[in-house]
Design a protein around this ligand. Sequence first.
Ligand code: NAP
Ligand code: ZN
Ligand code: ZN
Length: 349
Amino acid sequence: MIATKAYAAFDEETPLAPFNLDRREVGEHDVQIEINYCGVCHSDLHQVKNEWGGTMYPIVPGHEIVGKVTKVGSKVTKFKEGDLAGVGCFVDSCRTCPSCQEGLEQYCEVHNVGTYNSYELDKKTITYGGYSSQIVVDENYTLKVPANLDLARTAPLLCAGITTYSPIMQWKIGEGHRVGIVGLGGLGHMAVKIAAAKGANVTVLSTSPGKEQDAKELGAHNFAVTRDPEQLKSLRNSFDFIIDTVSAPHDYNLYLSMLKCDGTMILLGAPSEPSPMAGFSLIPKRRRIAGSMIGGIQETQEMLDFCAEHNIMSDIELISIKEINTAYDRMLQSDVKYRFVIDMATLND
Ligand code: NAP
Ligand code: ZN
Ligand code: ZN
């Protein structure tokens, strides 16, 4: 076993604190990665606070992992020692079901093994995430990280990047489309960058008036404060797509009214409480509502390569691991510019 330093939550209430865990020995198909940086996703916070149910304590969050390969198994072909590597939201899946065969491992019909707070395929071993010094992962679930990107700013691509890239590709969002992005946080700011790079006309729909300047700098063409009814009047029936990245319960009907005929609202944000939705928000304009979850391994690699080509990275605040609890508090106040990333070297401080 490989002794590993980490930070964990031990229950729903108390702050995260140091925790020691063991990683498995490097198997034939495994790579061992020294974690340099790990992004902080709102999903980490939902699970630390057991807002979705089923949290197994102690929980070591973190699924936006980048670092360097320190050891490879005897049958590994994609990586060698010293390579940059990334790990996203899952570390294994059944590999044989129709979804896995299609490269949609995130929708595995048997069991998608989450990077943390999940059971391995053996149904016994619990996974621990990236708020830790190292991780051992099968090479088939490990991503190649392009060398021209700043490593710390690349970490959030492993969840926030792929989660927004995948629906943009699935619905072919691009030139000629008007897109509304609801919520300018970790996912939202990546959605703005990627949708703008694809040629879409992007409007940020935010509860925070102070984010307008940032939104424009991130690539948005327009900005509206959703708590100001005056600003919303001109947006009725105006969007082809809306990408909703909000982490807290909110009124879907308000945003649905902004879709054109045949427009689609895609839910990415995963509030723990349901929000009511009226049939009449969809019916009169044949509108649609959809969901999307992260992306498969091949698509994640494609996204990383797309970002490398277009020089797209996350805008981050680099923090030490000791600042994680303050970062969570700020995330709850919608005060993130626009992703916290943990410098994992600070585990040794
Ligand atoms: P985040 O950085 O905290 O951003 C969420 C943003 O939502 C906030 O910055 C805020 O933006 C807006 N917001 C917060 N409370 C709101 C409220 N009450 N009403 C309206 N807007 C509100 O979170 P994140 O990391 O981007 O994650 C967002 C959500 O996506 C979380 O629920 C997370 O679990 C989920 N998620 C889903 C997937 C997937 O595969 N579908 C993957 C990753 C994360 P403004 O200040 O601009 O209003
Ligand atoms: Zn995430
Ligand atoms: Zn499967």
